[in-house]
Design a protein around this ligand. Sequence first.
Ligand code: JN2
Length: 832
Amino acid sequence: MTDDHSTLGNLELLPPGALGMDADAILADLTHYFCHTLGRRTLRFDAPFLYQALALTVRDRLMERWNETNIALERNGSRRAHYLSLEYLMGRLLRNALLSIDIEDRAACALERIGVAMEEVQGLEHDTGLGNGGLGRLAACFLDSCATLALPVTGYGIRYQYGMFHQRISDGYQVEEPDPWLRDVFPWEIERIDLARTIKYGGRTAVHEERDGRTRHEWVDTHDVLAIPYDVPIPGYRNGVVNTLRLWSAAATDEFDLEEFNAGSYSEAVAAKNEAENISMVLYPNTATESGHELRLKQQYFLASASLQDILADWSRRRGGDFSGFAADNCFQLNDTHPAIAVPELMRLLMDEHGLGWDAAWAVTRESMAYTNHTLLPEALETWPVAMFRRLLPRVLEIIFEINARLLAEVSLAWPGDNERLARMSIIEEGPEPLVRMAYLAIAGSFSVNGVAELHSNLLRHGLFQDFAELWPEKFNNKTNGVTQRRWLAACNPPLSGLISERIGPGWATELSRLAELAEHAGDASFQAAWREARAANKGRLAAGIEQRAGVALDPEMLFDVQVKRIHEYKRQLLNVLHAIHLYDQIRRGDGEHRVPRALIIGGKAAPGYVMAKNIIKFINNVAGVINSDPAMAGRLQMVFYPDYNVSAMELICPAADLSEQISTAGKEASGTGNMKFMMNGAVTIGTLDGANVEILEAVGGENFFLFGLNVEEVEAARAAYDPAAIVAADADFERVMQLLGSGHFNRLEPGVLDPIIHAVLNPADPWMTAADFRSYIDAQARVDEAFRDAGRWTRMSILNTAHSGRFSSDRTIEDYNRDIWRLQAVPLAGP
Ligand code: JN2
């Protein structure tokens, strides 16, 4: 009974469509929640609770569809996919839910009757920020597309008590503040204590000989932690589907407490409880490197073990103890290597808990796991000390060793005597401190390995994972990223999406390639005027938001030049600021008459331990300060750092951007997804041949994209003889920029604070080759000016960018995953 999530027996308790969808019914429920559940009386003092009351009202309406979806899943006990990710950057949920079940107008009407504006209520919701950046937001877009395509996909993650930190800027420096997002109550989740699982840590392994001669491995004397699931509804777009995001929260087990208590120490028992809860306490705020923390490995194992136990238990309930058909009906997608420990954990559960032999368990594992890689940076490839594994997860380590032994046997067979290759491909990196290479573990245990853009996937095949691609070419494939147009166009850009639907109908919300029909109107003068008007409204809205947050009043007439993303050297925010200084210098010298007035907007968080990224934030703020306080820049150049950049910020920013900065060193950005959001909303890209930029350029055509910089091959070829000082010396503009920097012009009362920046630009070993692309970038920016000055030409480019963004819907991406990897059938809903 405890394992039974069948709702079939209770069907009559919740007839579909029981709750009214009209304004009256919504208002009745809203007031009920506000007064009876939340205990509030007056709107004047308790307005913040209106958000909660409305969320509960909407959640009830999702609940009916959620049950329907689960019933349909039970009936069609067919193949399912499970998305395993340490991160989900969901953003706000209310608006998305309202649009999905198409009751935004009626809910707004209900609020209006009590004199409250919908926008105000929606503004009360805080972002659910359980992720860092691209990888986490991609997971959120994927869930939206899976539900909209009615695919049986469940997301599994961790319910961190503290999400992505908030960023405050003080004296130009980043200050991190915690994000206690659960404090103000998260109305969307349903606790499922009945589905709690036990997760083991520590202890030792023991081997028993069974009567049938088989050996049985046991993992004993463990410190156990409870994993409690919280389910969040993931509504599909107007299709009656509600999928599930299951987030695990850590808690102490009763046994664990008692054990300590019996040993005589109450306070130690309570401390142990804290230690257990620590596991899901905080999201690690990194985007690439910085591994090695024991707690992070504990988190990874916590997610993998809890999710696998959940899925195996559900399988056993429905299908009994025979796992031979498991891989035919289940697929796990690993979001980078963070959940890759699922490979040995599935082996452990199948062998130690369900009695399968190695070969049977390995067949199931290798036919059900699929791995997505999200970075080429070698320093970002995750490794864990073998010693830490042995201490924390001794049984899992034994299994990893056995997987490795069999992998190396296969390599020896394919390349006899090639010992270098054996060392290169070993899952264990030998050395003074042996390490487990998680990517190799993931590749060995998966039937599919994919990159996230064409270029990236090719670089995986021919670079990073070449040895493995030679051994198993059939595993390697590409799945170019995408973003959900429901959030990233329909919801965040009402003026433009209204105009688009007026022209080509509303079908693009679920079929983005329909946007191509806009191309034929790209030159239409009246359509262009309406397009400009919509975008102008968005720019005004962003300017107001920025004035409120950063105290800088941008002129909405200016070209909005935007770079928002995590701060990282490879993304080259530095190059952007060098261009800002160049413009400043040009205008100051009276040589800027021909320049188009620009507002530069930069935003993003730096990992708290990433010193150089934090220096870059300080640099941006200092340069912005000098520019904005110079009267000579008035009406010509403005610059602002957007603080605390997050999902909601992007919803405000991307509809207002004219120019999208995608300027990473070629070969370093796996895909990028912000580039797609900007394009979809009619921004034109200035970018390198990196990640998905390559495919954006291909889709929109060279005349509608500002390409610059070295390509991957050129970057590698230029490295050996790279001489930034010589590049500066040979370029008068660059020299003036470096002169200004070196003179302390941007750090008058702060001697030395920009030295690391200057050194980075002039470093011959600069991995990101910033100076190499300076001239090409500056020239491309001049071409941007020229195009922007011709409003008709620019608007045409803008329309064509939106028109050709169809390929970058996450619906297309998910269709690709489903066709090649998951092979799921859409869930047929009976409908109300
Ligand atoms: C990532 C990749 C990414 C990471 C993040 C430690 C590491 C981590 C590791 C996260 C942590 C937390 C590897 O940079 C790429 C983008 O180009 C791409 O568009 C997106 C989505 O595919 O993935 C990013 N990679 F503690 O975020």
